[in-house]
Design a protein around this ligand. Sequence first.
Ligand SMILES: Nc1ncnc2c1ncn2[C@@H]1O[C@H](COP(=O)(O)OP(=O)(O)O)[C@@H](O)[C@H]1O
Ligand SMILES: [Mg+2]
Length: 375
Amino acid sequence: MNTPAPAEAIGVTVAHVSKRFTHAVKGEVHAARDVSLDVAPGEFLTLLGPSGCGKTTTLRMIAGFEMPDEGSIAFGGHDVTRLPANQRGIGFVFQNYALFPHLSVFDNVAYGLAVRGESGSEIGRAVGDVLALVGLAGYERQFPAQMSGGEQQRVALARAIVIHPRVLLFDEPLSNLDARLRVQMRDEIRALQKRLAITAIYVTHDQEEAMAVSDRIAVMNRGSIAEIGTAETLYHSPRSRFVAEFIGRANLVAAQVIAVRDGYVDVAALDRQLAIPRQGSALAAGTRCLLLLRPEAIVLGEPDATSGTLAGTVRTRTFLGEKIEYTIACAGVTLQVVRHSQGVTDAFAPGAAVGVQIARGAGTLVADASQGDSP
Ligand SMILES: Nc1ncnc2c1ncn2[C@@H]1O[C@H](COP(=O)(O)OP(=O)(O)O)[C@@H](O)[C@H]1O
Ligand SMILES: [Mg+2]
């Protein structure tokens, strides 16, 4: 089988793009506000954010289905802002597959090639190759209604890549599939994108899906990009409360900077003085901020009044197989804590007194927007 030869991958630049709509119910909506993105050639970038934050609008402007009010979009350094979608060299995968129900799988996938006027034998070869690539060899004569959701989405993927797009765009492609299939398909999409080396921009509201597929994630909030980074950076060192809470689970506790040292910041938090690794610009002593502690960074043990261990009380315990989730009352706040299961006797019961420690090197200081200061 021939893999479609990867064309030279191109970068996508979105510069200061804005889009407003007049919405029948909401009035004027600023769907995208001054959005800027630099997607590297061959990169897999995801737009992640809650429903209504402007992901689809941004993606549709990149596709050419929607014109920006302001700003510009370039593919491989060439301005495409006013270029119609069918001249941009994009493949687009929709949430609802958008297959032609009256056409066979073969004709659905062949459609874009037939429109281009390619010859029958070329089309036959290309469709066969691309169906094999998405795991649907032999499905040529099936019709969409005879196929499962996962199979239909594979047809949609085949249709998007058969035209050798320069940029592959996905809008919530897995949202209609069940949980197990979502995990399988996201791995396949990721592997295929790397194999074809096509620049990809992917939209999802699901943070786990975004982390699993992306080279980088752009988190969107109310039409703007809140932060862009790798999953690891956004999880461990978010710069805003919004991103800290949107990616993963977050304990955010009030903190105040005591002193800034080499590599560490001493803060007052949880009725203690804690040394938190220093990131980015220094914080002035006295600054009020939030200390982000991920649930796995909090270590539970036996109560120990002598060692500086915090005293806590187990509120709830949820056994989830490979892990156990706790909520712990500690220093006037409720902490979410997660532990790997180690056996049937490994459990702190609700009501039990526990010792609470922060794992060495854990914790990130995040600006508290309500305070006006920022780290
Ligand atoms: N064609 C449209 N007409 C009016 N309002 C729209 C239109 N498309 C999107 N919007 C509004 O723009 C905002 C962003 O929508 P969208 O980009 O679809 O968000 P997301 O994909 O992140 O859920 C929403 O408030 C939505 O109602
Ligand atoms: Mg959307």
